[in-house]
Design a protein around this ligand. Structure first.
Ligand code: ATP
Length: 358
């Protein structure tokens, strides 16, 4: 099974290297038959080749069984016409990765910042919404008719709303059977209204899953006040992006924020956070986000190919990280600890060695 790793910018190379170390260890211990293939993307290739994302790498991702994408410094990229391709958006569109699945849970022994513990998943629509850069077949959905006026096009379709809702309800069936749709249809009546209309249609065909709705502003407060009430949250692109960062930080740290981008055919692991340029190259980043994202990818592949050993590998990673995080002396800086990225990765590997030796 071929996995493509794209390290990215900022802390990307550090947390991708950590992820590769963890995967290589499990590959040996559990005979997973994984082949890891790394390609450089982002600011490095931009300087050398004039593009952040050479076409050959897109081909490599399309033919791979899974992709692991490190964070990218998209804000520093030049316009697309000068080679600044937003790799995250490009892969989500080209591989039709319509569901961004972002779990957040508090952990035993690790402080959380919300008032209650949490174990929830934000299911975020990934291909349209307020993200005007991906809303047009040709051209950009954001423009300036005059020097002092900017307009941006927000897209919402029935198909995208239905398929993200179905993903959320299927996921809820494997969890606590509750879905909450988050929206702003009281103000953005047409496009948010269409989203809600389609989610309600899907909800009607899942009578075994309870369903309710929240306005996005209330949801921001409820995540702090009462996150334990929620199981699966389904929402549009930008609301999902913002709420999932909030949830990850409340669960302990943004550095724990894992996610996969999944479609019907492809899956890509990607940390929730950005490239954290403020700590890049300092061995300070918490690699849990990308390592746990890779675990979710293994889980997805296990279901796709019917290979239980990949699910075992995913559980081994999750248990090892939970166990390491229980010990304040084995935490990274974002969690109040003193371990650097490399030392923390070694601690996870030692823990995994214990499990796989048993
Ligand atoms: P970008 O421009 O790429 O979005 P950013 O710094 O604006 O980068 P994030 O990368 O999401 O946004 O980071 C927000 C804050 O969280 C920063 O202070 C960053 O250092 C911290 N942070 C993000 N990821 C991690 C991580 N894996 N480990 C530790 N701290 C992190």
């Amino acid at each position: 099974m071929r996995l493509v790793i794209l390290p990215g910018d900022g802390i990307g190379p550090e947390i991708s290297a950590a992820t590769a170390v963890v995967l290589e260890l499990l590959n040996r211990k559990l005979a997973l038959s994984l082949t890891l293939e790394t390609h450089e993307i982002g600011l490095g290739p931009l300087k050398r080749t004039g593009t952040t994302f050479p076409l050959t790498i897109l081909d490599a991702c399309q033919s791979a069984d899974g992709v692991i994408l490190g964070p990218i410094s998209h804000a520093e990229y030049p316009p697309r016409s000068e080679g600044g391709i937003n790799i995250s958006a490009e892969l989500r569109i080209q591989l039709d990765l319509y569901a961004n699945i972002r779990p957040s849970r508090s952990r035993q022994g690790l402080p959380h910042w919300g008032r209650t513990p949490m174990d929830l998943v934000i299911v975020r629509e990934n291909t349209e919404g307020f993200y005007s850069d991906r809303n047009m077949f040709w051209g950009v959905g954001e423009f300036m008719p005059t020097a002092d006026m900017a307009l941006s096009i927000r897209k919402g379709t029935a198909l995208a709303s239905q398929r993200i809702a179905r993903t959320a309800f299927e996921l809820a069936r494997a969890r606590r059977r509750k879905v909450t749709a988050v929206h702003k249809a009281n103000v953005v009546k047409v496009s948010e209204g269409l989203f809600l209309r389609e989610v309600r249609k899907i909800a009607a065909s899942y009578s075994d899953v309870s369903y309710d709705e929240q306005l996005v502003d209330s949801m921001a407060a409820l995540l702090v006040r009462d996150a334990e009430k929620f199981d699966v949250i389904v929402t549009t692109n930008m609301f999902g992006d913002i709420l999932s960062d909030e949830a990850a930080e409340l669960s302990g740290s943004l550095g724990l924020g894992e996610s996969i981008n999944a479609g019907d055919l492809h899956c890509m692991a990607q940390a929730q956070h950005g490239s954290a340029p403020d700590i890049a190259g300092q061995d300070k980043a918490n690699p849990s986000s990308l390592i746990l994202s890779a675990a979710r990818l293994l889980d997805w592949l296990s279901r796709k190919y019917g290979k239980p050993s990949l699910a075992t590998a995913a559980r081994t990673i999750e248990s090892a990280i939970d166990e390491v995080l229980k010990d304040p002396a084995r935490r990274t800086f974002d969690l109040g600890g003193s371990l650097g990225t490399r030392a923390f990765t070694s601690a996870i590997c030692e823990q995994m060695e214990c499990y796989t030796a048993e």
